[in-house]
Design a protein around this ligand. Structure first.
Ligand code: SAH
Ligand code: SF4
Ligand code: F3S
Length: 472
């Protein structure tokens, strides 16, 4: 048994990052079995699940949609806020019930919650029917853990290490049109509220050539869009001897001529002018930046350890808007950080008014055990935080709607991804600026970037019509 340890996870030495080839999976006896995989959390977890699926499929298994049909259940968990935890523990109730009827079903818990000591201790004590607990650093070992679990051994193996970079990983990608590509793992920013630097290890970049190679191979397979992934993409390259930075990588990826390039997430700190120039210069780098603000109050930003002031954020925002034609900018905001007063909150609203974001994810602060903010005095009642969230969301939604309404009557490029959930005559897709559009177009257009006339704006989506089919 190898248990996680948050203190160990916090260590950042100068130990060199090891670049390893992904181990090949040995032959195991899971032929024709069914797996049920559920993913919580961010894009990085979604992408990790594509690796998990490739492992399960390589073992001879196929996916199922019903928990009750599964021989192997894998939950890829998220630890970012308390409600992410609650969802997983809630779901475990159903699994416990199922295990009573079918004890041979194997249950594996992975992802960021597995990297937390308190969670793993609770799993061991209260959920002994869980067969495997694995972390974010050892996904590639899952096949071996499953084999051991078949032999009735409980496997709890979570490493609180800085992490390696594994190359030539196999993925069962969810789409054959858009793909995620990891460029940097981990996070060294240690924002005081955030658990990610503990669950994901040290910032470590993939080699530029490996990223470019992966993008080229995706392009050859017909992919139209890649999203470069990192908790903080502008930290890319700082740990590499070659001295590259994110702008170099972006430029190299742009030169592959893959039609669309996106990236998440950008930290407002250390977003260089060169990065802005490269984004502006290349047509295949989409004019869309997710730039988390978190708070508009300098006092709270300092307590959060965010490394920028309100003025610095606003100056960066302005520069992006001036230099990148037609850029859309979205953000993340936390309300109710310990000690946030009404005045601090009004500062946040002021920045929202100044920026008029295209959209935002907004959250109430959730204390994460082991992080500095969890120990800070927090005397604001929950009702007040909820009320602030409500006021903030009203503003955010009105600006989103405003941006959507401005597009009505305009023709925009949309990458069509599949049939719309609402209406089978419609396809859905995203504009270059990452706005969701439902378009009346034939299914043969799926996977294509087409010109769409926007006909109607809703709060969270647009309706449109394929340009060729518009009768004048
Ligand atoms: N690496 C990204 C964010 C990853 S987490 C970045 O730095 O921008 C996504 C968002 O969750 C964060 O931007 C933050 O707004 C929110 N978040 C993180 N920890 C939180 C916490 N303890 N409580 C509430 N929201 C949190
Ligand atoms: Fe968390 Fe901050 Fe790192 Fe983002 S930059 S993952 S918010 S510690
Ligand atoms: Fe959640 Fe881990 Fe992502 S905590 S948000 S899954 S990095």
């Amino acid at each position: 048994m190898n248990l996680p340890n948050l203190k160990e996870a916090k260590k950042r030495t100068n130990a060199k990052v090891l670049y390893k080839e992904t181990p090949t999976i040995k032959n195991h006896s899971f032929q024709n079995k069914k797996y049920f995989l559920r993913t919580y959390g961010c894009q990085m977890n979604e992408h990790d699940s594509e690796q998990i699926e490739a492992i399960l499929v390589n073992l001879g298994m196929s996916p199922c949609d019903e928990l009750t049909d599964a021989d192997v259940i894998v939950l890829n968990t998220c630890a970012i806020r308390e409600n992410a935890h609650d969802k997983v523990f809630g779901y475990l109730g159903r699994i416990k019930h199922l295990k009573k009827e079918r004890p041979e079903v194997l249950v594996a818990i992975g992802g960021c919650m597995s990297q937390e000591e308190n969670v793993v201790n609770e799993l061991i004590k209260r959920h002994p029917y869980v067969n495997i607990v694995f972390g974010t650093h050892n996904i590639h070992e899952l096949a071996n853990y499953l084999q051991n679990a078949l032999e009735n051994k409980q496997e709890v193996e979570v490493f609180s290490e800085e992490g390696c970079v594994y190359e030539h990983v196999s993925y069962k990608r969810a789409s054959n049109i858009t793909a995620w590509v990891n460029i940097i793992y981990g996070c060294d920013k240690f924002c005081t509220y955030c658990i990610v630097p503990y669950t994901r290890g040290k910032e470590r970049s993939r080699k530029l050539e490996e990223v470019v190679q992966e993008v080229l191979s995706l392009k050859e397979q017909g992919y139209q869009e890649v999203t470069l992934l990192g908790q903080n993409v502008n930290a890319y390259g700082h740990d590499l001897e070659e001295g590259y930075e994110f702008s170099d990588l972006l430029e190299a990826v742009a030169k592959t001529n893959i039609p669309r390039i996106r990236f998440v997430t950008s930290h407002p700190w250390n977003f260089t002018d060169k990065m802005i120039e490269v984004i502006a210069q290349y047509e295949n780098i989409m004019p869309y930046i997710h730039l988390p603000l978190q708070s508009g109050s300098d006092r709270i930003l300092k307590l959060m350890g965010r490394r920028y002031t309100k003025e610095e954020y606003l100056a960066l925002y302005k520069k992006m808007k001036e230099r990148i034609p037609n850029v859309a900018i979205t953000t993340d905001i936390i309300v109710g950080f310990p000690g946030e007063t009404e005045e601090d909150f009004l500062d946040t609203l002021e920045v929202v008014d100044a920026c008029q974001f295209d959209g935002a994810y907004t959250f109430i602060f959730s204390p994460r055990e082991g992080t500095p903010a969890a120990k800070m005095v927090d005397s604001t009642p929950l009702e007040e935080k909820e009320e602030r969230l409500h006021r903030l969301n009203e503003k955010i939604n009105s600006y989103s709607k405003m941006h959507n309404e401005r597009l009505v009557g305009k023709v925009v490029p949309v990458l069509l991804l599949g049939p719309s959930e609402k209406d089978k005559d419609f396809l859905y897709g995203y504009t270059d600026t990452m706005k969701l559009v439902n378009v009346k177009a034939p299914t043969s257009d799926i996977g294509k970037i087409i010109d769409v006339l926007i006909t109607d704006a809703k709060s969270f989506s647009l309706d449109g019509q394929k340009k060729e089919s518009i009768t004048m």
